[in-house]
Design a binder for this molecule. Structure first.
Ligand SMILES: C[S@@+](CC[C@H](N)C(=O)[O-])C[C@H]1O[C@@H](n2cnc3c(N)ncnc32)[C@H](O)[C@@H]1O
Length: 271
C-alpha cells in the first residue's frame, strides 16, 4: 500500500481521484477510469473522509470526460508534432484515457511530491513527462520545448490560484508557446467561490479557493492575443444527461438563475 501525506490544495486530488474510482466501479460508468479505481485500491487513505458518495461521483466523471473531449479535438485538429501540458494533473490518468498518438509529447505538471506519488502509482509511457513545480513558479515552462501547436489544459486548478497568479500563468503560457496555443480549463464564478465551504474538496482539505472568472472575456482583456473559443456552462454541458435523476432535477430547477448557471464553466481560449 502507498501511504500519502497531502494537505490543502494537494489533498483535493484525492477527492477527484476517488470520485473517478467510484464511477469506474458503478454498474454504468460515465468515464470508466479503471486506473483511478486501481490507484485508490493501492493508496492507504480513508477515502470515506472525502465525503464523495456514489451519487456525487458522476459529476466529476462528466467533467473529466468533457475535458478529455477537448484534448481529443485538439489532437484531431493538429496533425504532426504537438505538445499537451496538463496543469495541476494530480493523480488524473488523462494521458491513458486519451492515449495520444506518437508525435504528441505530454507533460503532467503538479507539485514535486504529487509528481513523485504519480511515479509510484502509474507506469511510464513513451512521450510522457512529468514536471514537479508549482505552476506559479518561474522556470518550469522553459523545460517544455516550444515551436509546436500546444494545448495547456487544467481541471480543478484555476480556483486554487489567485486572479493575479492565474492571469500571469495564462500570459506566461501564451508568451512561451505563441501562435497556435490552446488553453482549456474549468473556472468558478464569484458565487461558487463564496459558496466554497459547500465544496467537498475544500471541506476535506482546508484549502481556500480564490480566482473567479465571472466573465469569460476577462482573461481576453488581460492576456495579449488571447481569443475566447468556447464558454460552456458545466450544469448543461454535454454528458450531464447521464447524471443521476436527483442531480438533473436540481440542475433544471436552478439553472434559470444566471449566477447559478455560470457557477462552473469550461473555458477554451486560443492564441
Ligand atoms: C482538485 S485537484 C485536481 C487534480 C486533477 N486535475 C483531477 O482532476 O483529479 C487540484 C490539483 O491542483 C494542484 N495544484 C494546486 N495548486 C497548484 C499549483 N500552484 N501548482 C501546481 N499544482 C497545483 C493540486 O496539487 C491538485 O493536484
Amino acid at each position: 500500500m502507498v501511504r500519502v501525506r497531502l494537505t490543502e490544495a494537494r489533498e483535493t486530488l484525492l477527492v477527484t481521484l476517488y470520485a473517478r474510482a467510484l464511477d469506474a466501479r458503478a454498474a454504468h460508468p460515465v468515464l470508466g477510469d479503471t486506473m483511478a479505481a486501481a490507484a485508490v485500491d493501492a493508496i492507504d487513505y480513508d477515502f470515506s473522509a472525502t465525503g464523495i458518495s456514489p451519487q456525487m461521483a458522476p459529476t466529476v466523471a462528466v467533467r473529466a470526460r468533457f475535458l478529455d473531449g477537448w484534448v481529443r479535438e485538439f489532437l484531431r485538429e493538429h496533425d504532426g508534432e504537438v505538445t499537451v501540458v496538463h496543469l495541476g494533473a494530480g493523480l488524473d490518468t488523462r494521458v491513458w484515457r486519451v492515449d495520444p498518438r506518437p508525435g504528441a509529447e505530454w507533460y503532467d505538471v503538479d507539485f514535486p511530491d504529487v509528481v513523485e506519488l504519480r511515479h509510484t502509482l502509474f507506469p511510464d509511457r513513451p512521450g510522457y513527462h512529468t514536471i514537479g513545480a508549482s505552476v506559479t513558479d518561474d522556470g518550469w515552462l522553459d523545460r517544455i520545448p516550444a515551436g509546436h501547436p500546444t494545448l495547456a489544459i487544467a481541471e480543478g486548478l484555476s480556483m486554487y490560484l489567485t486572479e493575479e497568479q492565474g492571469i500571469s500563468l495564462l500570459r506566461r503560457i501564451t508568451g512561451r508557446f505563441g501562435e497556435g496555443t490552446t488553453i482549456a480549463f474549468d473556472a468558478f464564478n464569484r458565487l461558487a467561490i463564496r459558496a466554497q465551504k459547500l465544496n467537498p474538496a475544500v471541506r476535506l482539505s482546508g484549502a481556500t479557493l480564490h480566482w473567479s472568472v465571472d466573465d469569460p472575456h476577462d482573461p481576453v482583456r488581460a492576456v495579449p492575443g488571447l481569443r475566447l473559443r468556447d464558454a460552456v456552462d458545466a450544469i448543461t454541458a454535454p454528458g450531464t444527461e447521464e447524471l443521476p435523476r436527483v442531480t438533473r432535477l436540481l440542475g433544471s430547477a436552478l439553472r434559470p438563475i444566471p449566477a447559478v448557471r455560470h457557477m462552473s464553466r469550461y473555458l477554451r481560449y486560443e492564441r
